[in-house]
Write a protein that binds this ligand. Structure first.
Ligand code: ADE
Length: 244
């Protein structure tokens, strides 16, 4: 998979060199490049923002640096030798994710869907966001997906991009050593994960539930499923199907 991230704070994305994502890059499973939006400006001050039409607080990101940056990202894709890669309706169109609190909510199902794509591009906005025409312009070249990581407001798209890239990349086959861990975690089956324990069996007066020491795999599986239901009902009742 190829991932490009465009940001005015490329240093924010340095964490993508670490841990599982860093290893995926080193092993060639992931080809990830971070681009500085200011490299695509033409004025002496490398300006990326301007005042909003219609008034209001804050600044808006100018469209032209984005068009230049996204065109450069596409040119690095194989250019004229791969024209089908950017035509409307082609499965291989790159996906442009625009992190925004006004986007569709990014869920585990979204991570699975995006883990299947060849090329993801993240456009990290700052200030009050990116001029709306960038998404319209980009829709001729990309599948554009404004995405929110939750109902709260961050200062920009970088932290949201880190979260989404991590959630997606760990699902690429070969990135996680033991694929079994992907099927037993929260959200894999629509429920929250059951509680986990390790040694010692008794710690500071707190004991591991007896059933987990029983060696009875059927009982353990039933107990874990009950725990998932109880936990989900307590913490995330919205995830449970409505009573029939
Ligand atoms: N940018 C600012 N807030 C955001 C959020 N909640 N999700 C994605 N991008 C954002």
């Amino acid at each position: 998979m190829r991932i490009d991230v465009v940001s005015i704070f490329p240093e924010y994305l340095a964490a993508l060199d670490l841990s599982l994502i860093g290893k995926a890059r080193a092993s060639g499973l992931l080809d990830l490049t971070v681009h500085d939006l200011r490299d695509f400006t033409t004025d002496r001050h490398r300006t990326v923002d301007d005042t909003p039409y219609g008034g209001g607080a804050g600044m808006v990101m100018k469209p032209e640096p984005w068009a230049q940056a996204l065109t450069a990202v596409l040119d690095g894709e194989g250019g004229a030798a791969d024209p089908g890669g950017t035509t409307a309706g082609d499965q291989r169109r790159p996906v442009l994710i625009i992190p925004s609190p006004a986007g569709e909510v990014f869920r585990q199902a979204t991570a699975h869907e995006l883990a299947e794509t060849d090329h993801l591009v993240f456009a990290c906005g700052r200030y009050e966001g990116i001029d709306e025409r960038v998404a319209l312009w980009a829709a001729e070249r990309f599948d554009v997906r404004p995405m929110s990581i939750g109902d709260y407001v961050l200062n920009g798209g970088e932290v949201a991009t880190l979260a989404m890239v991590e959630a997606i990349v760990r699902l690429i086959p070969g990135v996680i050593g033991n694929p079994g861990s992907l099927t037993e975690e929260s959200h894999a089956d629509g429920l929250l994960e059951y509680p986990m324990y390790t040694k010692p069996a008794s710690w500071r007066g707190l004991d591991v539930p007896d059933v987990l020491l029983s060696g009875d795999h059927g009982r353990i599986a039933r107990w874990r499923h009950e725990q998932q239901l109880t936990r989900t009902a307590e913490r995330r009742p919205d995830l449970l199907p409505p009573p029939a």
